[in-house]
Write a protein that binds this ligand. Structure first.
Ligand code: SF4
Length: 383
């Protein structure tokens, strides 16, 4: 039989009876490292371009699991993976080096994207759909560190979507409540991630996250994760919880001080010691497994350094969400290589076992990136 080739007419390839690509952690890791090229012109849910933290991804459905795959990055332009324009039902053919691998799905454009506030702001400028069922917002789209190369996090693109007019600088509690309610009713979102640029050196965004969570929880029953730097005063943790925050993310991003200083010179001034004390205090408030951190692998930290940090975090009951670094276009790190799949495997395999033996599981997190898991293959290794 002739080897099927992506260069054949798409209808001929569809006729070959390709099977859906299942939830395969090795394939997901390859896709997240190499990225994927997609034919232009899709009308399906747009990928994340710019925004706080990692972005330039698109959500892909593998069986019942969603994974974020880089598509707008410089690495993705040379990826061996390609996908056809999704059909009306969201299905597309995934190929590797021109050979069809199987079918994948793209989430449909959420219905709440068609709505706007009374004053004419599209809901999609207030919050967006992440993966398949997560509502995500950056409450403050500005940051004390962003406009100065001496302090900004070099992977971050928080100002890009604002400059491009795809979002607004400050989402009010009322706007967030309105959009959250619509996203639950129209699209069945299951949890919400609220991140923020850092507005000051005292509460570091805890106050605005608390008032936002309070408004959302008053409008709709939706678990909320807040994400911020450690505030100066630990009493903010109880204040956020009382306001309705279910889970908290405080993201160290890199685990050794030399990498932190190189990649995020401003945020590195908040010491790792301060983070560890904040994790302990926050865990006492939110509970074991409800505090998490985001670690970007591939920025210079070794496998051993990342795993050692994860051991300390797991001992505190903190979920270490390790994700492959994605070089975002327009940032100082846009040409920094993404980590190789083998590097990610060396971390995620033992980390998955570590989490399983500590009984710290992503599916028990009430809300947030750890529960969503789409930016990493980590949760597939917890089983
Ligand atoms: S893991 Fe976090 S950043 Fe990634 S898609 Fe899910 S909610 Fe968004």
């Amino acid at each position: 039989m002739q080897t099927p080739n992506f260069m054949q007419a798409p209808s001929a390839v569809w006729d070959m009876g390709l099977l859906p690509v299942e939830n395969n952690p090795d394939l997901i890791m390859d896709l997240q490292s190499f990225g994927m090229r997609i034919q232009e012109g899709t009308s399906e849910a747009p990928g994340r371009r710019g925004g706080a933290g990692p972005s330039d991804h698109k959500a892909i459905l593998f069986g019942g699991r969603a994974a974020m795959v880089p598509i707008h990055t410089s690495t993705a332009k040379h990826s061996p993976f390609t996908a056809t324009i999704p059909r009306a039902d969201g299905l597309s053919i995934l190929s590797r080096d021109g050979i069809p691998v199987g079918t994948i799905g793209f989430p449909k454009q959420p219905r709440f994207y068609a709505l706007q506030t009374f004053d004419g702001i599209p809901y999609s400028q207030i919050a967006v759909l992440h993966a398949a069922d997560v509502l995500a917002t950056t409450v403050l789209q500005t940051c004390i560190r962003y406009n100065n190369r001496a302090t900004s996090c070099q992977f971050c693109a928080i100002g890009q979507s604002l400059d491009a007019g795809r979002t607004i600088a400050h989402k009010t509690p009322e706007q967030l409540a309105e959009v959250a309610r619509a996203a639950v009713l129209l699209d069945g979102v299951k949890h919400m991630v609220m991140t923020t640029g850092t507005p000051n050196n005292s509460d570091r965004g805890a106050a605005v996250l608390a008032e936002s969570a309070f408004a959302v929880k008053s409008a709709v029953d939706l678990p909320v994760q807040a994400q911020c730097e450690p505030p100066n005063d630990d009493s903010w943790f109880q204040h956020m919880k009382d306001a309705g925050v279910d889970s908290l993310g405080m993201h160290i991003e890199a685990v050794t001080q030399d990498v932190r200083l190189r990649i995020m010179p401003g945020k590195a001034k908040v010491s790792l010691d301060r983070y560890m004390r904040a994790f302990e205090a926050a865990s006492n408030v939110f509970g074991r497994g409800q505090v998490s951190t985001y670690i970007l692998a591939g920025l210079g930290d070794s496998v051993e350094a990342i795993l050692q940090m994860c051991e300390k975090l797991v001992a505190l009951g903190v979920y270490p969400f390790v994700v492959p670094f994605v070089p975002i276009s327009g940032t100082p790190l846009e040409n920094h290589p993404a980590p190789k799949p083998e590097f990610m495997r060396e971390i995620l395999r033992p980390l998955g076992a570590m989490l399983a033996s500590a009984n710290l599981r992503s599916n028990e997190i009430k809300a947030g990136c750890g529960r969503c898991g789409a930016c990493s293959a980590l949760s597939s290794y917890e089983a």
